[in-house]
Design a protein around this ligand. Structure first.
Ligand code: ADP
Ligand code: MG
Length: 211
């Protein structure tokens, strides 16, 4: 990972593949405790990004992140569309004038996660995407303070996201549609936690492979 223009296309493509490969599972998760549209919302957002890919390729890193955020906000729909949208717009602002390295990416990602917390008025332990995203951010922060090697940092981040995603299974939901279900939400993994974890793993694997 170095300075210069970082193309985001391989990441978007890897995310698309990962989500498509888990399509049935994701659809079922949101059918169980949501309204069943999370997969479609996400696929619509990813398609819109791929359609804009030529424009995205021309933009530098921070502008590309902002553009991704605005595209997701206007195309994705659902609670997740506005949450992921605001995350990327915030990451775009945070990425301005920063070289791409682990420390800065951690800072940028953390700012994005904070914006989801603020917009969704939610935190860890509420059976949402934040249960994958917050542990991933904390893991990266720890790796930065420990001066960990990039691939180690990314493998640890993946594990934190998986553990966090799995932790949603036994939780009660206090935010989002699943919160209307009370005890009936228990026993199901949150769809947004699963897709967030899958996307984080896809991103990490692209970086590890090209490192
Ligand atoms: P909708 O809930 O509008 O149908 P989606 O199905 O696309 O939207 O996304 C649902 C996911 O969004 C949930 O699985 C959960 O992870 C996440 N989510 C919902 N509300 C919140 C919130 N307030 N804060 C964080 N994440 C949330
Ligand atoms: Mg839904």
């Amino acid at each position: 990972m170095s300075h210069g223009n970082l193309s985001l296309l391989p990441f978007i493509q890897a995310i698309k593949n990962k989500i498509d490969n888990h399509a049935d599972e994701i659809a079922q998760l949101d059918q169980a405790i949501g309204d069943g549209d999370h997969l479609i919302n996400l696929q619509r957002g990813i398609e819109a990004l791929l359609k804009n890919s030529e424009e995205l390729e021309q933009l530098e890193f921070s502008a590309a992140l902002s553009k991704i955020g605005m595209t997701l906000m206007s195309t994705m729909g659902g609670a997740s569309g506005s949450l992921f949208g605001s995350m990327f717009v915030t990451m775009g602002k945070a990425a301005k004038d920063k070289p791409v390295n682990l420390m800065n990416l951690t800072e940028i990602f953390t700012a994005g996660v904070e914006s989801i917390k603020a917009r969704g008025k939610a935190d860890i332990g509420e059976k949402t995407m934040l249960d994958a995203l917050i542990p991933a951010a904390i893991s990266l922060q720890q790796s930065v303070s420990n001066d960990a090697e990039l691939s180690v940092a990314l493998e640890n981040m993946k594990k934190a996201a998986v553990d966090g995603m799995e932790s949603t299974k036994d939780m009660l939901a206090t935010k989002g549609r699943a919160s209307f279900l009370g005890e009936r939400a228990r026993g199901h993994i949150d769809a947004g936690a699963r897709t967030s974890q899958l996307m984080l793993c896809a991103i990490a694997d692209v970086i590890i492979k090209n490192h």
